[in-house]
Structures are given as C-alpha cells and as structure tokens.
Design a binder for this molecule. Structure first.
Ligand SMILES: *Cc1c(COP(=O)(O)O)cnc(C)c1O
Length: 391
C-alpha cells in the first residue's frame, strides 16, 4: 500500500489555480496541430546575444568554475553590477555589502519573506501583481494585505489610503515598476512618497526592477535607489532574464540596504549554493555590454507594440501604448469576465492571452498580451481577432 501523501496547509493557502480549463483547451489545440499563438507568457522569444554565449563557452572550460560557487556570487560579478548601476542610474553600491547574486530574481523574491517576515506579520502586496510576492509571503506564514492598483491612479498604490494600524504592523512592501502585468511606470515623486511611508512605519521596501531596460519612446525607468533615503529602507531586485533574453540561464541580483542584503544572504546560505560561475562570467559580459545590446532588443519590442496596437485600434479596441515592459494590459472589450474572454479567444482564434484575474482580483476585467512572439505571429493575431464572431 502506498503512503497517503498530503500537501501542507501552506501549499493549500496559495491562491487557487484558475486556468485548468484554459490549459486543457490549449493542450488539445496544440496536440491537434492547429497553429496556436501563445501571447500568454512573458518569456522572450529572442535568443541570448552572441557575445554572452561565447563568454559562457569560455568560462565553462575553466576547471575552477566547476566547483561550488561562493554564496554571495563572484566578487567580479558584483563589481560588474556596481559598475552598471552607477553608469545606468548614477547609484553607487558597495559590491561587498550591498549586492547579492541570485539564481534569478524570482528565487530571491520568493525567499525574501522567509528572512524578513515572522508568522502573522503583514506584507503589503500589490494587486494585480507577479504572483511570486504573494507565494513567498504565504510560505513565510505572513499575512497579505493587498494594495489595489487601479487604472484611475495609473496603477500605483494609494499609500495614504493604507489603514494606519495595518501600516504599523507591516514589515514588507512589494513594488514593481515598470510593472508586470500593467506596463505602468513610477516616477521619482512616487518613490519619494514610498521612502517617507517606509520610514514612518518601519516597513522594508522590495522594488522589483526586472523591466528596467524594456522601455519605449526614449523613456528611462528610474531606480528606487536613486531616491534620497531609499537605501536606508529597501532593496531592489534585478534580473538579467528580460534585459538580455536570458530567462533560462537563472541569474539575477538584489541591491541596496546592507542589513536586508545580509539577512537574505544568511537565509540563502542555508538553502542554495549560488549560481554556476560560468553563468556569472557570462553575466559580467552582459552587464558590461548592456548599452550596446539592449537598444536593438527594445527596438524589436517597440515595433511589435506599435504594430499590435495599430491593429487592435483598427478593430475598435481602446489601447494605450505602455512606456515599458513587453505587455499590453487591456480592458476586456466586451461584457465578459477576463477568464471567459480568454477562453473565447482561445477556442475561436487559437490565441492565448493571460486573463487578468490570474494576477489578483483587481486584474479582473483585463487581459495581458505578451509581445514575445515574432512579428509574423502578431500580424496573424490581428487577422484572427478580426474574424472572431463574438466581437
Ligand atoms: C520575469 C519576472 C521576474 C523573474 O525573473 P527571473 O530573474 O528570471 O527570476 C521577476 N519579476 C517580474 C515582475 C517578472 O516579470
């Protein structure tokens, strides 16, 4: 007789998975070879730039890279991060104490609450949001208080509307600008208010800057750490995944407040053993060449964004072009839930989009479309939507 395996209460606390039916239809369509176009996930279709791959080849041949890496990452990688942060944001960082290498930023984000939140303590989590913030807090036994991101406030949270008692009990505040899924951006004045709020209530700030280089029309996303006092209250997570089409490589980093960095490092030392050094060496090359590599990547997404928006507008959809991220966050154009609408698009047009409700309750009424497919497929998407009977 086999064991009766029961998953823990903490796993059961995760938000319910809403997309089983959607996944089933997707699989059936895929199996029948019906030319599915998947605009549902945020994973770049473009290859990692060649110089980064070349560097990995070289680095992989070195025997010293075959051993356990150091926990906090190669000092040379952390120095490359410091150099890039200074060039890009004018922010000075101490590579020894203010930078930690991560196995992708998702890993650091998911682990951070274990280092900062005691059971029952509050974390302020945007809604809609990248789902990992919530999952990390749940695993740490923390209490989630959602911060609604509403269109009328440009998808920024209203910090002044947070209940004082809640704010006093909050230990951690998650932010993510440029934002996934909404494509919204935050300016320095918003970040300044965040610093004030964090100081007043003693809340650690965790700002996720995964999309800093995916920006359009000349817009430059600021770093939270550019704000006076920010380093006293928070850290910023960063990823090479989106900037350099490196999602499969698993490398990211956290920078900022040394006490928070130290605490996360202490936790991680007991969980993982760092990032393959050859990948870190390739990461150094990526950061070193950022200014050369990322403009052409931005250009590709911007052309796709403009093309898709033009097509959707011709169909009568109301779409505002995002300044950043490779997502369009659109109101469902007919009276329908986001899930029903996504299902209709899938069955009738064989086009996959992400239903907004999957990112939180406030995402209801929206869909997220990723620009991570080749131009031909974007064109085809518009053609298919044009013929949809339900629109
Ligand atoms: C993609 C993404 C990440 C994760 O990036 P990795 O470094 O690949 O783990 C983090 N935050 C947001 C908002 C993302 O969209």
């Amino acid at each position: 007789m086999s064991l009766r395996i029961e998953r823990t209460k903490r796993l059961a606390l995760l938000p319910p998975y809403l997309f089983a039916e959607l996944d089933k239809i997707k699989q059936e369509l895929r199996a029948s070879g019906q030319g599915l176009i998947d605009l549902g996930i945020g994973d770049p279709d473009l290859p990692t730039p060649q110089p980064i791959i070349e560097k990995l080849y070289q680095a992989a041949r070195k025997p010293q890279n075959h051993r356990y890496p150091s926990y906090q990452g190669l000092l040379s990688f952390r120095k490359a991060v410091a150099d890039w942060y200074f060039r890009r944001f004018g922010v000075g960082l101490d590579p020894q104490e203010e930078i930690l290498t991560l196995i992708g930023s998702k890993e650091g984000i998911a682990h951070l609450p274990l280092a900062l939140i005691n059971p029952g303590e509050i974390a302020l989590v945007p809604d809609p949001a990248y789902p990992v913030y919530k999952a990390g807090v749940i695993f740490a036994g923390g209490r989630i208080v959602p911060l609604p991101l509403l269109e009328e406030n440009h998808f920024l949270p209203h910090l002044e509307q947070i209940d004082k008692k809640v704010a006093q009990k909050a230990r951690l505040l998650f932010l993510n600008y440029p934002n996934n899924p909404t494509g919204a951006v935050a300016d320095e004045s918003f970040f300044s208010k965040v610093v004030e709020f964090a100081k007043e209530y003693n809340v650690a700030v965790c700002q996720d800057l995964a999309y800093s280089q995916i920006t359009y029309d000349g817009y430059q996303a600021p770093s939270f750490l550019q704000i006076k006092g920010a380093k006293e209250v928070g850290i910023e997570f960063h990823s090479l995944s989106k900037t350099f089409n490196m999602t499969g490589w698993r490398i990211g980093f956290a920078v900022g407040n040394r006490r928070i960095i130290q605490t996360l490092r202490e936790l991680k030392t007991n969980i993982d053993s760092g990032v393959f050094q050859a990948v870190q060496e390739a990461g150094i090359e990526a950061l070193r060449m950022e200014e050369k590599l990322s403009p052409s990547i931005r250009k590709i997404y911007q052309a796709r964004r403009d093309f898709l928006i033009k097509g959707l507008r011709e169909l009568g959809w109301k779409v505002q072009p995002p300044k950043a991220s490779f997502y369009l966050w659109l109101r469902v154009p007919i009276p329908s839930s986001s899930l029903d609408f996504a299902q209709k698009l899938l069955t009738e047009c064989r086009v996959v989009v992400a239903p907004g409700v999957g990112f939180g309750e406030c995402g209801e009424g929206y869909i997220r479309i990723s620009l991570t497919v080749e131009d031909k497929k974007i064109k085809e998407t518009v053609e298919r939507i044009k013929t949809a009977s339900f629109l």
